[in-house]
Design a protein around this ligand. Structure first.
Ligand SMILES: Cc1cc2nc3c(=O)[nH]c(=O)nc-3n(C[C@H](O)[C@H](O)[C@H](O)COP(=O)(O)O)c2cc1C
Length: 459
């Protein structure tokens, strides 16, 4: 986080809000929701706050390597309340108390002791810890982290066990894995992981060698879900891979029925549109979303380079916008070297109001996670039901969505169309999404902070 002297005058009002009291995360909190995936660079604090505002039931922070966070200093901005873990040259992790009940901090590690030290460092600011066991990039795997853990289940499980033993019971522990080539090996690994006492397990339905443009094997999750239910463990199973938005999450749960995966995690589509968690996501994001995002970023002192990078990823369907109008904003962002350079299109800088609106929406959830944004139970055919007695019982135990919960699914009124840019009314989501160039989607290595402040890439 930069400490920019040119920031607009700030009010201490929001910083003085009391920290939310909330119940510890349980496996239930990981269920029936759509959650934001861990994303290096793209999963910055402002993006997580918007994801929560628009219906994400939980948010994962970007992977941070264990050693890197150990050498940081925790700094609280007295004006905004933003908490930064500052390394030698920059903040390696940034959060705000308002997201704490929903925030899962992802650790990159190949060492139980270091993982525990890293977790202790940020413990007071998060609700749970997740171990990255899926990053296939060499800079992660060469030191035994990420997807390398998939072929070293002893180490993987020893890290999870160490975290579970060292962390207080109210702090949840989870893992994020990829599929192994053989389903039998995947099930063996899953069994070992759920026996460590984790609350949740995310399965990215691609194998280590699959490129992100290859279709995820969502169909393979169904057997995994049923297998875990058969073990009788209360561990939430989260599908990850190829989910476009809230409506698509309903489709995905049905593919993984009997009861379906408990929740669905979105990365790429959320990187392109952080409002995709809502049944009514914003369209024409250049006009409806980017200006407010920039204002919030400036208020939170988000480093300009991070703001610029994230806004460059925002896409989404165009319903009412004219091509020429969109180009103007895109060109301006590309040329801008600071927030001031966006004055003509984004001022007035009312980020404090934007932040207050987000805080109000999140605080209304009162620490509840899945309950406030529940996915409907998947539709299960008679044939599917007949295949598993265990699942039938569980299906029957599922509570239907009440009208009250349906209302809660609606995205709160958004500050759009943005007055400073163009007039574009909200419209229903258009399922057609523009493919992202590889350099924006992360097919290329994504830098992440290391202990020395040098960039490495972790996915
Ligand atoms: C920009 C970007 C950064 C990512 N960073 C991480 C990360 O820090 N940790 C992790 O476990 N996965 C990371 N991933 C992988 C995603 O969490 C997710 O597993 C993958 O993109 C598949 O989900 P999707 O089909 O919704 O994109 C990243 C993905 C993207 C696009």
């Amino acid at each position: 986080m930069s400490r920019r002297s040119s920031s607009p005058p700030l009010s201490p009002r929001l910083a003085k809000r009391p920290r939310l009291d909330f119940e510890p995360l349980t496996p239930e909190d990981y269920k029936n929701g759509v959650v934001l995936a861990p994303m290096v660079r793209s999963g910055a604090l402002p993006t997580r706050l918007y994801a929560l505002k628009h219906g994400a039931s939980l948010v994962w922070g970007p992977e941070t390597v264990d050693k890197a966070i150990l050498h940081t200093e925790r700094v609280v901005d007295p004006t905004t309340g933003v908490i930064s873990y500052v390394g030698k040259t920059k903040a390696l992790f940034t959060t705000h108390p308002v997201e704490k009940p929903y925030l899962i901090y992802q650790i990159g590690s190949a060492d139980p002791e270091l993982a525990v030290q890293a977790a202790r460092t940020v413990l007071q600011d998060v609700a749970g810890f997740d171990l990255n066991c899926g990053c296939p990039k060499p800079f992660s795997t060469h030191s035994g982290m990420g997807a390398a853990l998939l072929s070293n289940p002893d180490l993987l499980c020893s890290i999870l066990t160490a975290l579970r033993e060292a962390m207080p019971p109210e702090i949840s522990i989870s893992a994020k894995i990829r599929l192994l080539s053989s389903q039998e090996d995947t099930l063996k690994l899953v069994e070992r992981i759920v026996n460590t006492g984790v609350n949740a397990l995310t399965v990215h339905c691609r194998t280590r060698n699959m490129r992100k443009r290859e279709k995820a094997h969502i169909d393979r999750l169904r057997e995994i879900v049923d297998f875990v239910r058969g073990l009788g463990r209360d561990v939430a199973l989260i599908e990850n891979g190829d989910c476009e938005d809230y409506q698509d999450a309903i489709r995905i749960r049905e593919i993984t029925a009997y009861v379906g995966a408990d929740s669905v995690m979105i990365a790429t589509a959320a990187e392109a549109n952080p409002t995709c968690f809502s049944p009514n996501p914003l369209t024409d994001v250049e006009m409806t979303f980017i200006p407010q995002y920039m204002r919030l970023c400036r208020y939170l002192n988000n480093h300009w380079s991070s703001t610029k990078f994230c806004t460059a990823q925002f896409k989404g369907s165009h319903v009412n916008a004219r091509r020429a109008d969109l180009k103007g904003l895109r060109d301006a962002i590309q040329k801008a070297k600071s927030y001031e350079d966006m004055d003509a299109l984004v001022a007035p800088w009312t980020g404090e109001d934007e932040f207050k609106a987000i805080v109000d929406v999140i605080e209304k959830r009162d620490g509840r996670r899945g309950q406030a944004h529940k996915l409907p139970p998947p539709v299960v055919s008679a044939k599917q039901k007949a295949l598993s007695d265990v699942e039938i019982k569980r299906q029957e135990a599922e509570q239907p969505v009440t009208p009250e919960q349906e209302i809660n699914l609606q995205t709160p009124p958004a500050a759009s169309p943005d007055p400073s840019v163009l007039n574009a009314p909200l419209a229903p989501a258009n399922k057609l999404r523009m493919p992202l160039p590889a350099m924006l989607t992360g097919d290329l290595p994504t830098p992440t902070p290391s202990a020395t402040g040098s960039a490495s890439s972790l996915r």
